[in-house]
Design a protein around this ligand. Structure first.
Ligand code: ADP
Ligand code: MG
Length: 244
């Protein structure tokens, strides 16, 4: 049975989609069968980041009752992508009732299913978290992001969902996180104390990520040797270890 890993955050724009895409591609390099599922139904953009343009059938059709999953999946960068529809018309029709059954059908076919979720507390996020084997909480090293993550973690906990690990994204360069007093960024020990989750990894703030996004490419494909790409490789290795 595959492992479902939900990539979640309290605050928006902290890097969930970026992490899902790049971590997925790195896990596939270990010979793992990886599915990237865009469960950010309100604002899906994983397909765009993966350079997939035409998405005739999507998660929206599966939720609406389409049974043929093959119609909604796309191969890219050695992973499989199951996108959501970007139109407002399709979004307003979405009902999550079939989500659990779809996940059950998918679980048998992949080693890892990375689920990109919307930020905050809403039915789409909570539905995705409830089917996950592992919830990776993404924070940036600032007060708002961490405070919002605490709220999401508390909500998850009230649903008996444990969040054990987090990723700190957009860590300032030059050891800003490590050198005491050298940066305005929150220090990792402060984030760990506030959130009560262990750090699975940290990803530096790297201009190559923005450039890659602009080119509709995941950074590990665009600049495999840059600092952010190196971090994604390390995190993929650690994830394989802790979930083994
Ligand atoms: P979310 O899915 O949480 O809303 P995204 O993955 O869409 O966040 O990222 C938001 C923006 O931040 C994007 O423009 C992305 O390129 C940028 N970004 C994400 N991670 C990094 C990073 N490590 N360094 C620099 N820019 C980043
Ligand atoms: Mg996103």
């Amino acid at each position: 049975m595959g492992k479902v890993i939900a990539i979640a955050s309290g605050k928006g724009g902290v890097g969930k989609t970026t992490i899902a895409a790049n971590l997925g591609i790195e896990l596939a390099k270990y010979g793992k069968k990886v599915l990237l599922l865009d469960a950010d139904l309100p604002m899906p953009n994983l397909a765009m980041l993966m350079g997939v343009r035409e998405t005739s059938s999507t998660l929206n059709e599966l939720l609406a009752g389409e049974k043929d999953i093959k119609k909604a999946i796309y191969k890219t960068y050695n992973v499989t992508l199951l996108p959501s529809d970007t139109s407002l018309e399709k979004f307003v029709e979405v009902k999550m009732d079939n989500f659990g059954a779809i996940m059950k059908a998918l679980k048998g076919q992949y080693d890892f299913i990375l689920v990109d979720t919307p930020p905050g507390l809403n039915e789409y996020t909570l539905e995705a978290l409830s089917v996950a084997d592992e919830i990776l909480l993404v924070v940036t090293p600032d007060d708002f992001s961490v405070a919002d993550a605490v709220k999401l973690k508390t909500a998850a906990s009230s649903m008996q969902l444990e969040i054990k690990r987090m990723l700190i994204n957009r860590v300032p360069k030059g050891g800003g996180l490590l050198k005491r007093g050298s940066s305005k960024a929150k220090k990792p020990h402060a984030i760990v104390t506030q959130l009560g989750a262990e750090i699975l990894g940290a990803i530096p703030d790297d201009k190559n990520v923005g450039e890659a996004t602009h080119q509709r490419k995941p950074v590990v494909a665009y600049k495999p040797k840059c600092d952010a790409s190196k971090a994604f490789r390390v995190i993929a290795r650690r994830l394989l270890k802790v979930l083994a």
